[in-house]
Design a protein around this ligand. Structure first.
Ligand SMILES: NC(=O)c1ccc[n+]([C@@H]2O[C@H](COP(=O)([O-])OP(=O)(O)OC[C@H]3O[C@@H](n4cnc5c(N)ncnc54)[C@H](OP(=O)(O)O)[C@@H]3O)[C@@H](O)[C@H]2O)c1
Length: 308
């Protein structure tokens, strides 16, 4: 089933969407459905072979709608290059879906700039990307930015004394921090968009527990998490297609409110039809939002400045 029962997406002809990490998992199925609805979808992926293959698969079902453009969120230079390429080729950007992510690698890994990989890719790379795409977003009629979070954000804490997990690295702790950071980012962007009159709708989504490459690429296929999921499936897990539903609802809900968070409505928000999801109060903390934003600006050397 490609959409949830009773759902249909509006006509998205003429809309331009960017989805990071769209070569697999929920990013791929989100791209496929948005392309089917008529949007031009840029698949922003780090691996050329995988990105081109995904674009070809989507174009078989929605001809000429998917375009691969290289993007490695673990390297600021690559993020700048992607944003430059996009601005050269396109004008307005209607929809930015910050989906790419990695989960709980057993060892502490680093980005090209020396940030802890999950903080660096899941949050900081997307912060930089969004800042660099601010002008194309402002040029769209009703732009939306969607940050990918997770039920894991509930266990997260933004550790300002050790954001890069230098003192102690625990894969799951760093993952939960990065996913809470995405929700804090969504709320702070909503406040700044409102204060600046930017007209950008800042939203967030999570897929519940979806069968994707996330575990294989993170803790690994032999990890306890991989075994647990194998045993518990399909009781707790849903397909990657269903995992994309909250993103698709966030992208198209005509009643979406600034800062809204979408996720599955079943038990523990693990699976089911999409709707409004629960946000930990920590994500709304004004001081945390301002401090994390400042830190992201310092680390990336970029701020959200609309072009004069
Ligand atoms: N699946 C779940 O149950 C679940 C639950 C909660 C939240 N999420 C979130 O959902 C999002 C999508 O994950 P998924 O489950 O669909 O997993 P996935 O199949 O592993 O997809 C992750 C995507 O991110 C890409 N990526 C990783 N590092 C990147 C980088 N440095 N630059 C650019 N792209 C990069 C991957 O590229 P490669 O193919 O090249 O590795 C892949 O395309 C993530 O943000 C994840 O945290 C998933």
């Amino acid at each position: 089933m490609s959409l949830w029962p009773g759902a249909h997406l509006p006509n998205l002809n003429g809309k331009i969407a960017i989805i990071t990490g769209a070569n697999s998992g929920i990013g791929f199925y989100s791209a496929l459905e948005l392309a089917r609805a008529g949007a031009t979808v840029i698949l922003a992926c780090r691996n050329t072979q995988k990105g081109e293959k995904a674009a070809a698969l989507i174009n078989e079902k929605a001809p000429d709608r998917a375009i691969f453009m290289p993007l490695d969120l673990a390297d600021f230079a690559a993020v700048h290059e992607f944003a430059g390429n996009f601005k050269e080729r396109y004008g307005a950007l209607d929809l930015l879906i910050n989906n790419a992510g990695i989960m709980a690698p057993p060892q502490r890994l680093l980005t090209a700039q020396g940030l802890e990989l999950q903080f660096g890719v899941n949050f900081i790379g997307h912060f930089l990307l969004t800042a660099l795409l601010l002008t194309p977003l402002l040029d769209a009629r009703a732009p939306r930015v969607i940050q990918l979070s997770s039920v894991a954000h509930r266990r997260g804490r933004i550790d300002f004394a050790d954001l890069q997990s230098v003192r102690a690295y625990r894969g799951w702790t760093a993952y939960a921090q990065s996913k809470l950071a995405m929700l804090v980012f969504a709320q702070e962007l909503a406040r700044r968009a409102d204060a600046g009159g930017w007209g950008i709708l800042s939203l967030a989504a999570h897929p519940g527990v979806a069968a994707t490459e996330l575990v294989a690429n993170g803790p690994g296929p032999a990890s306890a998490m991989a075994w647990l999921l194998k045993l518990a499936s399909p009781l707790v897990r849903q397909s990657a297609t269903a995992g994309a539903w909250p993103i698709l609802l966030a992208a198209t809900d005509p009643y979406a409110q600034p800062g809204a968070y979408y996720g599955p409505q079943g038990l523990f928000e693990f699976r089911g039809r999409p709707g409004i999801a629960k946000i930990e109060p920590a994500a709304f903390n004004l001081q945390t939002g301002a401090q994390l934003w400042e830190e992201a600006e310092r680390l990336t050397g970029e701020s959200f400045k609309p072009a004069p």
